[in-house]
Design a protein around this ligand. Structure first.
Ligand SMILES: [Fe+2]
Ligand SMILES: [Fe+2]
Length: 256
C-alpha cells in the first residue's frame, strides 16, 4: 500500500496546497497523514481550520510542540478521533497520542506522535520509552504503524529511527520545516526520513514572513511574526509498504 506523509502544514498557503494536491488525488495514495501543528495562521489548529482541512480527504493527522497554541484544539479532540498529539506529554490532557485510522483499502494504520527533547522547549517525557508503550497499545488493533517524531535534533530523530527499526513501518521526523534528503529503508525494514519539511509558503523563514524575521534578527528587537504569503510548496514522502510484513519497500521524497 502507498502511504503519503505530509510535512507541517503552515497557514493559509499550506492549506491551499493540501486542496491543490487533494484534487490531484494525492499521487494515488491509499492513505494520507498530515502534520497540522501550524495549520491555523502558523500556530496550532482551530476547529474551523480542522473542518476545512477535513474536506481534503486526509485520513489522519499529527501535531507537535504548537499543540496548545489555539485553545480551540480541545474542540477538535472532542469531535474527532483521527488526530494524535504528542504521546509523551504527562497529565490528564485532552486528545490521544496514539490512534488507529483506516486506509482506503481497509488497512488499519496505527499512528503515533512523539515530541523530542533535544534543543526544543517543551515538557515532554522520554520519547523512546513512550514509543514502547504506544506500540504495545496499538499493536493488537492495527496492521501497520507510522510514527511522526516531532523533534529539532537530527541526532535524536536518527536514534529514534534505529530504536523503532523493524517494530513499525515508518518513522518520519517533523518540526524543522526544512526537508532532509536522507530518505532510506533502515536495516530491519522501517522507512525513514529525518524531516518531511513544510507544506506552506515557499518564500519564507520556516513559514513566517521573511522581512519580519530578518528585522528581528538584525535589530534584536522581537516583533510579532506573521505567516508569509505568495507561492506555496508541498513537502511530503510516499512510503510503499508491504502490509503483510509491515516493511517499507520503497520511499519517494516529494518536494514541489
Ligand atoms: Fe511545525
Ligand atoms: Fe514544531
Amino acid at each position: 500500500m502507498k502511504l503519503l506523509m505530509i510535512g507541517d502544514v503552515f497557514g493559509r498557503v499550506g492549506r491551499d496546497m493540501l486542496f491543490e494536491y487533494s484534487e490531484r488525488g494525492f499521487f494515488g495514495a491509499d492513505a494520507v497523514i498530515a502534520n497540522i501543528e501550524n495549520a491555523a495562521h502558523g500556530r496550532g489548529v482551530t476547529k474551523s481550520v480542522f473542518d476545512e482541512i477535513e474536506r481534503c480527504g486526509i485520513d489522519g493527522y499529527t501535531l507537535g510542540n504548537h499543540i496548545w497554541d489555539c485553545s480551540d484544539i480541545i474542540n477538535v479532540f472532542r469531535y474527532n478521533d483521527n488526530l494524535v498529539r504528542p504521546y509523551n506529554l504527562e497529565g490528564d490532557l485532552a486528545g490521544l497520542g496514539a490512534a488507529v485510522i483506516k486506509a482506503k483499502n481497509g488497512i488499519k494504520i496505527g499512528i503515533i506522535n512523539l515530541l523530542g527533547r533535544v534543543g526544543i522547549q517543551n515538557s515532554a517525557t522520554n520519547p523512546f520509552l513512550a514509543a514502547d508503550r504506544a506500540i504495545e497499545e496499538l499493536k493488537p488493533k492495527c496492521d501497520i504503524i507510522a510514527v511522526d517524531f516531532h523533534a529539532e535534533a537530527t541526532s535524536e530523530k536518527q536514534a529514534m529511527g534505529y530504536y523503532l527499526d523493524g517494530r513499525v513501518s515508518v518513522v518520519v521526523g517533523t518540526h524543522t520545516h526544512v526537508q532532509t534528503a536522507d530518505e532510506h529503508i533502515l536495516p530491519n525494514g522501517t522507512g525513514y526520513i529525518t524531516d518531511l519539511g513544510m507544506t506552506g509558503p515557499a518564500v519564507s523563514v520556516i513559514g513566517m514572513d521573511k522581512k519580519l524575521v530578518l528585522n528581528t534578527f538584525v535589530t534584536g528587537i522581537p516583533k510579532r511574526l506573521e505567516p508569509a504569503t505568495g507561492k506555496g510548496q508541498f513537502n511530503a514522502a510516499m512510503f510503499e509498504i508491504d502490509e503483510t510484513s509491515g516493511k517499507t519497500v520503497s520511499i519517494e521524497r516529494i518536494n514541489l
